[in-house]
Design a binder for this molecule. Structure first.
Ligand SMILES: CC(C)(COP(=O)(O)OP(=O)(O)OC[C@H]1O[C@@H](n2cnc3c(N)ncnc32)[C@H](O)[C@@H]1OP(=O)(O)O)[C@@H](O)C(=O)NCCC(=O)NCCS
Length: 325
């Protein structure tokens, strides 16, 4: 039986910083409100000319360098994103070309902020089945392009960036991806969406349209806490692990109060919860791989640690994974 291991990891954030002080100049808000209600102090956002493929490519390069893998050994590129450069073709084909991954197949996975978990699960299945040996899994988003900077309930949260993993085949049983789970409930589609600009209501400059996100924040908040807590428990149960055997809980970085509530429901002490939302914000599919990479570089997460990942996003779509990194 094959196992999927994380052979390399990398991440990339845009240079451009958007601080709470900058947002105070745009909408009626304050640094104190944003910090206390979200935990975010600043976020990184794309400069003109930058897009999701730029961040994805930079993160992937670093993951491949760390893995010490050559371009011809990558067989599949999976990019989790809800903000592709174009409606088509996918971001993955742009990354594939830029990195010269000429032998690799490509796909984008659009599962909103649960995209990274869904991509990891997909890669794991390709590897467990024996079909592929080395897959590039990238979570990358540019939410700033779909954020209304006159809407104080959303512009405080969202950000841009990418994180990438090289996921490879191993025959050793006690490391790598232990279990993954994904779920969805389309009942909540209207609670968080970009209403226009898709095939239902294509962009039309002569019409009044909303091509930035609409969000029912309090509703999403409650759903997020409940589905992430349930899924974290499910993943542990199905893996036969107890919460004490987990070194770190890494929830999707949506709001510090959501992270804290999930940790409390799971009885995970604060020192075992990874959060880097303060300086990064919510960059959707990218939050979890960026958090893993940053905390491994800082020496907090170590090789061999067991990580419980949980995410949720618009749809509602949610999922979790238990991995020994
Ligand atoms: C958006 C969010 C931060 C709002 O925080 P909240 O504590 O739920 O606040 P509410 O929406 O209940 O609003 C409370 C008050 O603060 C106000 N408010 C909202 N945003 C504000 C801001 N940026 N600055 C100051 N006041 C603000 C509201 O207008 C409201 O005022 P009122 O009581 O006079 O009507 C929070 O709901 C959230 O994070 N939701 C989850 C969003 C999420 O995770 N989305 C990503 C999915 S991947």
């Amino acid at each position: 039986m094959y196992r999927s291991i994380i052979r390399g990891i990398g991440s990339h954030l845009p240079q451009n910083r958007l601080t709470n002080a900058d947002i105070e100049k745009m909408v009626d808000t304050s640094d104190a409100w944003i910090t206390s209600r979200t935990g975010i102090s600043e976020r990184r956002i794309a400069s003109p000319g930058e897009a999701t493929s730029n961040f994805a490519t930079e993160a992937a390069k670093k993951a491949m360098d760390q893995a010490g893998i050559s371009a011809e050994d990558i067989e599949m590129v999976i990019v989790a994103t809800e903000t592709p450069d174009y409606l088509f073709p996918p971001v993955a084909v742009i990354v594939q070309h830029r990195l010269g991954l000429n032998k690799a197949g490509v796909m984008d996975i659009h599962a909103t902020c649960a995209g990274f978990i869904t991509a990891l699960q997909t890669a794991d299945q390709y590897i467990r089945s024996g079909m592929y040996q080395n897959i590039l899994v990238i979570g990358a988003d540019t939410l700033s392009r779909f954020t209304d900077y006159t809407d104080r309930s959303t512009c405080i949260l969202f950000a841009d960036g990418a994180g990438a993993l090289v996921v490879s085949r191993s025959e050793t049983e006690d490391i790598g991806i232990i279990h993954t789970a994904t779920h969805a409930n389309g009942e909540h589609v209207q609670s968080l969406l970009i209403p226009s600009g898709g095939s239902l209501d294509p962009f039309n400059p002569s019409k009044e349209q909303k091509t930035t996100m609409y969000m029912d924040g309090p509703k999403i908040f409650k759903l997020a806490v409940s589905v992430m807590s349930e899924t974290a428990k499910e993943v542990l149960d199905k893996s036969g692990y107890s919460v004490d055997q987990v070194n770190f809980l890494i929830p999707h970085q949506a709001n510090q109060r959501i992270i804290d509530a999930v940790a409390k429901n799971m009885d995970v002490p604060q020192e075992k919860v990874i959060s880097n939302i303060k300086y990064v914000g919510n960059n959707s599919s990218a939050t979890i791989p960026i958090a893993i990479d940053a905390n491994m570089k800082a020496g907090k997460i170590k090789k061999g640690d067991t990580l419980l990942l949980v995410a949720f996003g618009a749809g509602l779509i949610w999922g979790g994974a238990l991995i020994k990194i």
